[in-house]
Design a protein around this ligand. Sequence first.
Ligand SMILES: [Zn+2]
Length: 301
Amino acid sequence: MLRNLLRSMLLISLLLSACGGASGLGSHKLKVVATFSVLGDLAAIVGGDEIQLTTLAGPGVDSHTFSPTAADTAAVADADIVFENGLQFEPWLDALYTSSGSKAARVVVSKGITPLTVEDNSQTVTDPHIWHDVTYAVQAVRAIRDELVSADAKNATAYKSNAGVFIARLQELDTWVYVQVNKLPEDRRKLVTTHDSFGYLAKRYGFQIIGTVLPTSTEGASPSAQQVAALVEAVKAAGVPAIFGENVTNNSLLQQVADEAGVKAVTTLYTDALGPAGSGGETYEKMMRSNVLTIVAALLK
Ligand SMILES: [Zn+2]
């Protein structure tokens, strides 16, 4: 009787220690944080059911000016991996990571990309908006896959399979964007946006950036009256029928520029964040398709 009881207790303690596991994971899911909604979508697709994902700056939220909450601090503190865009897109992340005391691996998905630069109030700064070039989204997916495989080898097959299917779809998407843009006469491939979010899209798919309403790469500054007047003249000179506002910006100045230049303001682009569920921009692929269809239709008129 006593011997049976001791044997049961030994079995229970063995089971309990197995749950603690040498890998540190045991039967628990890998805890993954993505800094913003686009990256969250890529991580969700590659990680599938095998990860527990928290996205910090959610749909419609501007990462340039994001303020983390106590819940965000807790998620980072608890995470095994943090996926970040890098290139100063998350200016709040270093402080959040440090204050959380996190031991998570930080993975910068833009690593290895040669970044574009933009003029930010007469200073040259790095352009972080890499995901508008689909080939860079593919690169981000590969970085996510490689990190998940190395951190959680028992689910490596699932991560590789999820990433493989997704990358094939993204390569089709990249080709599709070219086909759509080719419907535009070359002299119509010109963009004016609220902030400078489309440098990578322009470079990859052959648009010219005429100008932006805001003089900085973040949404923190206002243009002078002369800057607004100069942009109105640039829009007139470019001969474009429409200019574009974004889901993460206040588009009232863009509307003013459009009115003064006598063109249409189209304010339905998803730039630095996905849209909410049901918006038609709630995944990375939907966001890209929606943006490209919107731009091509508006510039063809
Ligand atoms: Zn931005």
